[in-house]
Write a protein that binds this ligand. Structure first.
Ligand code: ADP
Ligand code: MG
Length: 288
């Protein structure tokens, strides 16, 4: 593309709430074969809420306390739920956010973990057949099961649900109509991942991914289909956004993602994505 057509494109994009950080983004977008979407916070609101719980009050207090220092959307959901139940969080003495897994903290001298099955395994916690069954049920309903581990034993399970973003359905379908393959990458479990993908008509789903796995999937998809754009919001998406031919960050997301992106959707409106693809086609065709 000519410098002039790029300037015109950058200006047009800005009017649509799209910040183009690198002018080459247009040319690369024009050749993109696959659009990869992160799930949580990108296709979904990322503001999940607790749908149901199988937990006693003491364990809930410990879980909410362990999640209190985290700014992960799932942590917020648990803290909000606990507050709605009249539970006040206790100060923790150790706190670790384990990306793609959950949190571990020490609360009142007890070791407390809240997170997914990977966390349960990583902590080598005891998971009773009852809690395992309950979590499988939660997953098959399309919700995310979160385990509460106290002193090495799973003491409760919480079902958390995250509503789809407005325009998610339209966006995925527009992108498909523009001839791109759509894929979803998520750190979430298979159940909720497939439930969301089916509702949206996403072509391929990759679930249970750690941040580096997302980047690996992007590399694999590149080899298979050609160039790939990825849209994401989280700290856990930054490596994959860098790996993609075009990284698109949600303006509503983390600063790390915004730094990694070549493009930022300022207000996080997904509808800007098909517009951006069309715009890149115009910008590039102007020079030929
Ligand atoms: P995504 O890739 O869909 O944006 P994340 O990588 O942020 O999702 O999280 C992946 C999974 O890790 C979550 O679905 C959850 O199971 C677990 N997890 C991450 N952070 C937390 C937390 N603070 N509390 C509980 N679970 C968490
Ligand atoms: Mg995310």
């Amino acid at each position: 593309a000519t410098p002039m057509s790029i300037v015109v494109g950058v200006n047009k994009a800005a009017q649509d709430g799209i910040l183009i950080k690198r002018g080459e983004a247009f040319e690369r977008l024009n050749g993109v074969k696959v659009m990869a979407f992160d799930k949580t916070g990108t296709l979904t609101e990322g503001a999940p809420r607790v749908i149901k719980t199988i937990i006693d009050k003491e364990s809930l207090i410990l879980a909410a306390s362990a999640e209190y220092p985290s700014n992960h959307p799932l942590a917020k959901a648990i803290v909000n739920y606990a507050e709605s139940m009249g539970v006040k969080p206790i100060t923790v003495s150790e706190f670790n956010q384990l990306e793609g897994m959950g949190v571990i903290a020490v609360v009142n001298g007890r070791s407390v973990g809240v997170g997914n099955m990977k966390l349960v395994k990583g902590m080598e916690a005891y998971l009773s057949p009852e809690f395992r069954k309950l979590s499988e049920g939660i997953e098959s309903e399309g919700y995310t099961p979160l385990f509460v581990v106290i002193d090495g034993v799973v003491k409760g399970v919480l079902a958390v649900g995250d509503p789809l973003r407005v325009n998610a359905y339209e966006t995925v379908n527009e992108v498909k109509r523009l001839g791109l393959r759509t894929i979803m990458l998520t750190g979430d479990a298979e159940g909720p991942a497939h439930a969301v993908a089916e509702k949206l008509g996403i072509d391929d789903v990759y679930a249970d991914l750690m941040p580096d796995d997302k980047a690996r999937v992007i590399r694999e998809v590149k080899t298979k289909y050609g160039s790939v754009a990825m849209v994401g919001d989280g700290i856990n998406d930054a490596v994959a956004l860098n790996e993609a031919d075009v990284g698109i960050a949600m303006g509503t997301g983390s600063d790390v993602a915004k730094e990694a992106g070549d493009v930022v959707l300022v207000s996080g409106n997904l509808k800007a994505i098909p517009r951006l693809i069309r715009l890149s086609r115009t910008v590039v065709s102007n020079i030929k």
